[in-house]
Design a protein around this ligand. Structure first.
Ligand code: ADP
Ligand code: TRP
Length: 343
């Protein structure tokens, strides 16, 4: 008799969830809470396509050894956190050449003005202007057309939901606009219009300095760093100079604002009380956060280390995933070519 859990899933496999992570740095707690954890939950009921966006990373990562290292780190992270490659179609973007064909087609349906407003490019252009440089200084065309490649990732697989953190919302909106323009022109719904899946409570996890936790700000809590390194980073969390005796507002404290995602309701209530009444030393709180992270991720770290020591195993998993993804991408690209009059 088939296992009931599996059967339940098979009846709902029509709904597609898809997401990607750029291999541009070591995965952190913000990636986990904001995207990986919600995505793993979705994979229980949706047919999930989760992939490594290595072509996106090429806009900033120019060292081949580093690129390889980051790809493996992301693969090992997903697997250590519980992604089942027999259930999830798990692959590397660069193994699916059809995504590039679709990128060109979609770029012909993307108003350039839409890309001018895309946040990654706009932030760079604004900063250049502010500092009196040419607005396009240091901007490669890959960075500029980044959202079109992302739209191709999503639209290739008839994606309905895209689990992401808040910072990716605009990219999903751009994807929707491009898909609608394409469908409109040909008068049929060839491309599925996707929705972002953003979990409000974890949409923007703060880093050790209180800004959004991000590889580009160097303020991350890494997921699988060795304990010593993790502890050192936790001890670097920025706090104010209040003494332990003084009452404090937990909601503006950087330690509390990370701790709250990992504590039980009882511990959170206890800690909150100490903040508000006075008697809380930041050093003790940092130690408590460190221990909480250790108990949450310690076991997964062992798995992570085991995968990192066996890159051949990861290569095999990705190759199998790419095969499954191409089984879908090839007919989809055929349909798109036919739609535009090329077949
Ligand atoms: P980074 O900003 O560190 O470069 P990525 O762009 O690689 O992170 O993000 C990968 C995924 O993790 C995206 O879906 C993104 O929205 C999510 N994410 C990244 N940082 C955070 C954060 N601080 N809070 C919530 N989600 C985040
Ligand atoms: N742009 C995403 C990020 O920086 C990564 C990504 C690439 C992605 N293609 C995607 C996310 C498709 C969701 C769907 O995090």
């Amino acid at each position: 008799m088939a296992a009931p859990a599996k059967e339940a899933k098979e009846t709902t496999t029509q709904k597609i969830a898809l997401t990607g992570i750029k291999p541009s740095g070591t995965p952190h707690v913000g990636n986990y809470l904001g995207m990986i954890k919600p995505a793993l939950k979705l994979a229980e009921t949706f047919q999930a396509f989760y992939f490594i966006a290595d072509y996106h990373a090429l806009t900033t990562v120019n060292d081949p050894a580093l690129m390889k290292q980051y790809v493996y780190e992301i693969v090992a992270t997903w697997l250590a956190l519980g992604l089942d490659p027999d259930e999830v179609i798990f692959y590397c973007q660069s193994d699916i050449p059809e995504i590039f064909e679709l990128t060109w087609v979609l770029s012909c349906y993307t108003p350039k003005g839409l890309l001018n407003r895309a946040h990654a490019y706009k932030a760079k252009a604004d900063a250049n202007r502010e500092e009196g440089r040419d607005e396009d200084a240091g901007v490669n065309a890959g960075l500029f057309s980044y959202p079109v490649l992302m739209a191709a990732d999503i639209l290739m697989f008839n994606t309905e939901v895209v689990p992401v953190g808040q910072d990716q919302k605009q990219h999903i909106e751009i994807t929707r606009d491009i898909a609608a323009a394409f469908n409109n022109n040909y008068g049929k719904d060839v491309l599925t219009i996707p929705d972002a899946h953003i979990v409000e409570d974890v949409a923007t996890i703060p880093g050790i300095d209180g800004r959004k936790m991000s590889k580009s700000y160097g303020n991350v809590v890494p997921l699988f760093a060795p304990p010593k390194k993790l502890r050192k980073q936790i001890m670097r969390i920025v706090t104010n100079s209040q003494t332990p005796e003084e009452p404090k507002d937990p909601d503006v404290d950087n330690i509390y604002n990370i701790y709250k995602y990992f504590a039980s309701p009882e511990d959170l209530a206890r800690v909150r009380k100490t903040y508000l009444e006075g008697g809380l030393a930041y050093g003790t709180m940092k130690q408590e956060l460190f221990e909480r992270l250790e108990s949450t991720f310690g076991e997964a770290r062992e798995q992570y280390d085991a995968y990192m020591a066996d890159t051949a195993k990861m290569d095999k998993i990705l190759a199998q995933g790419a095969e499954k993804a191409r089984d879908i991408a090839t007919p989809m690209m055929h349909k798109v070519r036919k739609t535009v009059g090329m077949q």
